[in-house]
Design a protein around this ligand. Structure first.
Ligand code: LRH
Ligand code: MN
Ligand code: MN
Length: 434
């Protein structure tokens, strides 16, 4: 294949890549089906549910990320939002799991948003939440966010930040988006720098103005983060502040959980459970981490934690929590891998955790919990987690016309090499560092 480029989105290319794997997929699926049926589980029902799962690709994730020290650009990176969409379409064609894109403004701003929407539709993509950005100054901006945005002491800076968020809603409407994600880096680097209470009050005052501009069928997703760039106190540092804000703002405000935004060892599945209880779980930024907001590939460090989060989500579905529709989005930074490969792998890891969580026998678990049988309750979760659900994932992809082995098919297509020819290196690529 060396030197030959094939469009990885081409149906016949995907079918051809799958052809030699079909026999194994069938055999593995039948074997797992038999195991699950002994546990009283209908494998086809699990496969159908997993096939329905979708996660949004962050537009900023398809370019190589970086750290505060350096960025090592990869060859053939997208240079603008249209090229980012092309990469997102590759990811979706090969995985069948990423039908939407989450944009970041102004990084992804283009004069012709309707054209962007048209291109997305042609590629079979839609738009999930739009993200506002008041954590950095853009060229030519009137007032600086150096000392904050929505919580700045100067009302004029706050007004500018509010206006940007309202603009994001307007742009999102042009794209068919239904949610605005607000993350601010506002906070303090020194004790005493900021009045902790007043800063939060200013946040509520500013976000109330953004909230007032939300269309009836929109949600506002409030994203908390413990620290960085504010290293002493961040205004929306935890799910408590986020929930307080959401409850103060009104029924269209929800909390967004970015997995990397907590102290090490924090029990994130418990936070998820509490937000489900409060009916304010708005969505996720999925990634993985070892230390802080590492933005590593989902499931690459602690897959059991990911499973336990999905266990809470499936439990909420099982208990029929009303109006339960959290947004699933990735938020990762790829420094040493091809971003397309990382994003495909991450989407699959989410499906894996979901499939495993669907295997938990919830009634049996509830009974062990009722009887305080700690060992068997834990084993009930472990049995689901240690089941190799790969055949379910492969079959779900096949059913959607996607690739059984997305990374192999992608490499075989030589897509990145073709991009390297067609996309000479850009000088400035926005995004992916935070
Ligand atoms: C902040 C964050 C937030 C930003 C993105 C680029 O750390 O998680 O979601 O919008 O990174
Ligand atoms: Mn995030
Ligand atoms: Mn982050």
């Amino acid at each position: 294949m060396a030197g030959t480029y094939t469009d990885p989105r081409d149906r016949s290319f995907i079918a051809d890549s799958n052809a030699k794997l079909l026999k194994d997929v069938d055999a593995d699926y039948a074997a797992l089906g038999a195991i699950l049926s002994r546990r009283g589980i209908d494998i086809d029902a699990v496969t159908a549910t997993v096939a329905n799962f979708g996660v949004a690709i962050p537009s900023w994730g398809v370019g190589t990320g970086g750290t505060r020290f350096a960025r090592f650009p990869g060859k053939g990176e997208p240079r603008n939002v249209f090229e980012k969409l092309e990469d997102c379409a590759v990811i979706h064609s090969l995985t069948g799991a990423t039908p939407t894109v989450s944009l970041h403004l102004p990084w992804d701003y283009t004069e012709d948003m309707p054209a962007l929407r048209q291109r997305a539709t042609a590629l079979g993509l839609g738009f999930d939440a739009v993200n506002s950005n008041t954590f950095q100054d853009r060229p030519g901006q009137k007032l600086s966010y150096k000392f904050g945005s929505l919580t700045h002491t100067d009302a004029a800076v706050r007004a500018q930040a509010v206006e940007h968020n309202v603009d994001c809603i307007r742009i999102g409407q042009l794209l068919g988006s239904k949610a605005l994600t607000v993350w601010i880096g506002d906070g303090a680097n020194f004790p005493g720098q900021q009045h902790l209470g007043r800063a939060f009050e200013r946040y509520l005052e500013s976000t109330a103005k953004i909230y007032a501009a939300l269309p009836a069928d929109w949600r506002m997703l409030i994203e908390h983060k413990m620290y960085e760039p504010a290293f002493y106190a961040t205004v929306i540092q935890d799910w408590g502040s986020s929930l307080l804000a959401a409850q103060t703002l009104g029924p269209k405000a929800f909390c967004l959980v970015d997995l990397g935004h907590h102290a090490p060892n924090v029990n994130i599945e418990m936070i998820v459970s509490r937000l489900v209880h409060a009916r304010r779980l708005g969505g996720f930024h999925f990634n993985d981490s070892k230390y802080g907001d590492d933005d590593l590939d989902t499931g690459s460090i602690d897959p059991y934690r990911l499973f336990l989060i999905f266990n809470e989500l499936v439990d909420a579905q099982w208990r029929k929590v009303p109006d339960f529709q959290p947004a699933h989005m990735l938020d990762q930074s790829h420094n040493v891998t091809d971003p397309i490969e990382s994003l495909m792998t991450s989407a699959i890891e989410l499906q894996r955790a979901y499939a495993q969580a669907l295997l938990v026998d919830r009634q049996v678990l509830a009974d062990y919990q009722q009887d305080n049988d700690a060992l068997m309750a834990a084993q009930t979760l472990k049995r689901a987690f240690t089941t190799d659900v790969q055949p379910i994932l492969a079959r779900a992809r096949l059913q959607k016309g996607a690739a059984v082995d997305p990374v192999s098919a992608y490499r075989r297509s030589q897509y990145r090499l073709a991009c390297a020819d067609q996309r000479p290196a850009a000088q400035n690529f926005g995004g992916g560092i935070v």
